[in-house]
Design a protein around this ligand. Structure first.
Ligand code: TYD
Ligand code: MG
Length: 454
């Protein structure tokens, strides 16, 4: 048994040291450290079972206020939020630089302000003149937004507390905010956390819908403490390729709605335009059949979106380690699928470079994409184009089986609506959706189908 350690307790502040010192390291009082038995000290100092205030329990079915939401005026933004902004809630909006976060929020603030709600836009990154220039480009310069360029949270809260709380408060961005009660430069973990805490408290106490813009690190996480994501009610990410026109707004966490709905926008010369019916967007110009291209009927929340998956296989002559590059899909998932194709179907990818791309800057997260990716890979490997009127979906297991996925019917109906004729999918889907349905049970069936297609 380990020898019990000696403990010295400060009689002034209760702090515990492992050795005796003349001065208490916590309260700086002299000659207050006294040796004490560990057990008794612990129970006296840390027993929390009495001395507190009694908490009232409430029933779950007590009538409460129904959730009031305020539409942002951008239907796609509202859809991703689950129906509009909730007063007294905090939203964290992440996204790559230049993707359009400031543009989106300025447009939303302008619509709310024009509708008679008050909107405050605090820019910590751009000067007021720059924001004004953007507003005139967006055609919203006449909206009565309260605009300020500021970074001190104390200044901001002092100003806000001097008048009626606004309906919407935009902080662009939380990494530029600074609190004088905390040490460190803006953007450090403690500054970001402290500033967010104060702003969120203001929003909750005053029924303000708060949007914090957050920078994103190279690997796609919101910079600063992860705890920021716990503090807010909604975490949204604004995604897309800067070189492409389309942008997707996605809720990653939502205390007031579903997280699988997306909003789709396109970046035009005069700001973000809403794309109400996105199902055809991500199909690139597909007239002639090309090897390595497969169409996947993806589902985003309740919305079907048809996406083109492209694969390129380059045979290597030398023994160099082949590259695998993926845009728009999970690279771990690609490695798994290649391994399953090798071990269950005997295809050899190990000496070839594999490139996979999801067209239009779209990012696939639907597990049903496995079959479409496999079809694109096999088609590229065999140099056999797939029929241009076919769609492919289903999940692939490590054993090489094709597993059923959710909402096969919705996927096929949308594909049929857009003129596709053949659907390849897991065994369970019924063919009643107007599509010629071919069921795939094993990955080997898929390979056969691809090899048979002309
Ligand atoms: P911005 O909102 O500043 O991005 P973020 O705040 O996420 O960093 O968007 C900047 C980009 O959007 C910029 O590269 C130009 C483009 N853009 C347009 O194409 N049209 C427009 O009307 C506006 C305002 C911006
Ligand atoms: Mg910005």
């Amino acid at each position: 048994m380990a020898k019990p350690k000696k403990r010295f307790v400060c009689q002034n502040c209760g702090s515990i040291s492992s050795r005796w010192q003349g001065q208490c390291p916590d309260c700086a009082e002299w000659n207050t450290l006294v040796e004490d038995a560990p057990a008794t000290v612990f129970s006296q100092k840390h027993d929390l079972s009495s001395g507190g205030r009694k908490v009232e329990f409430e029933a779950l079915d007590e009538p409460g206020e129904p959730l009031k939401r305020r539409p942002t005026g951008l239907a796609e933004f509202d859809r991703a939020l689950g129906g509009g902004l909730v007063p007294g809630s905090a939203i964290l909006m992440g996204g790559d630089p230049g993707i359009g976060k400031s543009t989106l929020l300025l447009q939303a603030a302008a619509t709310i302000a024009k509708d008679g709600g008050s909107a405050v836009y605090i820019s910590g990154e751009e000067a007021a003149g720059q924001v004004r220039m953007r507003a005139s480009r967006l055609g919203v310069a006449d909206a009565p937004i309260k605009l300020a360029a500021a970074t001190s949270v104390r200044d901001i809260l002092t100003t806000l507390n001097a008048s009626e709380p606004p309906a919407l408060l935009v902080i662009d961005s939380i990494q530029t905010m600074h609190s004088d009660t905390i040490e460190g430069a803006p953007g450090t973990v403690s500054q970001v956390r402290g500033c967010a805490f104060e702003l969120i408290r203001y929003a909750k106490e005053n029924g303000v819908a708060l949007v914090l813009v957050g920078h994103v690190t190279k690997d796609g996480n919101i910079a600063g403490p992860r705890v920021l994501e716990h503090m807010v009610d909604v975490v949204m990410s604004f995604e897309g390729e800067r070189s492409h026109q389309y942008r997707i707004l996605r809720a990653l966490k939502n205390r007031f709605g579903a997280v699988d709905e997306i909003g789709v926008f396109s970046m035009a010369g005069s700001g973000l335009e809403e794309v109400g019916n996105p199902s055809m967007l991500f199909l690139s110009g597909r007239d002639e059949p090309l090897a390595g291209s497969a169409v996947f009927p993806a589902l985003e929340g309740t919305r079907p979106v048809l996406v083109e998956v492209q694969a390129l296989i380059v045979r290597l002559q030398s023994g160099a380690t082949p590259r695998r590059a993926v845009v728009g899909w999970d690279s771990g998932r690609l490695a798994m699928l290649l391994a399953v194709l090798e071990s269950r179907c005997g295809l050899n990818f190990s000496s070839a470079e594999v490139y996979l791309n999801v067209a239009g800057g779209y990012r696939l997260s639907d597990p049903a994409a496995d079959v479409a990716v496999a079809a694109a890979l096999v088609s590229a490997l065999a140099d056999k184009p797939l029929a241009t009127n076919s769609v492919w979906f289903g999940e692939v297991s490590l054993a090489g089986e094709i597993r059923p996925v959710a909402h096969s019917g919705v996927r096929m109906r949308e594909a049929a609506k857009l003129g596709f004729g053949v659907g390849y999918g897991p065994g369970d889907a019924d063919g009643s959706a107007g599509l010629n349905y071919r069921s795939l049970k094993q990955l080997a069936n898929l390979v056969d189908r691809v090899m048979a297609s002309a």
